[in-house]
Design a protein around this ligand. Structure first.
Ligand SMILES: [Zn+2]
Length: 107
């Protein structure tokens, strides 16, 4: 006698990535939803340690960083004042890039 085993697969509705656990798919959907509105913090070019600390804290996008307070960041394990300074510096650089990239100036 053979048995038919049904396996359920969950997929993120935004990127179609498949998961065996529902909570993983839900996590993916949350992240994909955020990334539709704001770019991933990887574009800042932070060092791997700072990047990982932010990711673990659920700070995935530029919007997330902007909505977070310095006080909150400094309470994160391993996130020191030097990390904060670096983060602010890179955000400033990013802002500068956007200011210079004026789509209407060239055709
Ligand atoms: Zn997804």
């Amino acid at each position: 006698m053979v048995m038919e085993i049904q396996t359920t697969t969950y997929a993120c509705s935004l990127c179609q990535r498949k998961y065996t656990r529902r909570e993983d798919a839900e996590k993916c959907e949350t992240l994909c939803g955020k990334l539709l509105k704001s770019p991933d913090i990887s574009i800042l070019g932070l060092n791997a340690r700072t990047y990982n600390i932010l990711k673990i804290a659920g700070i995935d996008t530029i919007d997330d960083v902007r909505e977070t307070t310095d006080g909150f960041l400094l309470k994160l394990k391993g996130f020191g004042p030097a990390c904060l300074e670096d983060l602010h510096y890179r955000l400033k650089l990013l802002k500068g890039q956007h200011a210079n990239a004026d789509p209407s100036s060239e055709s």
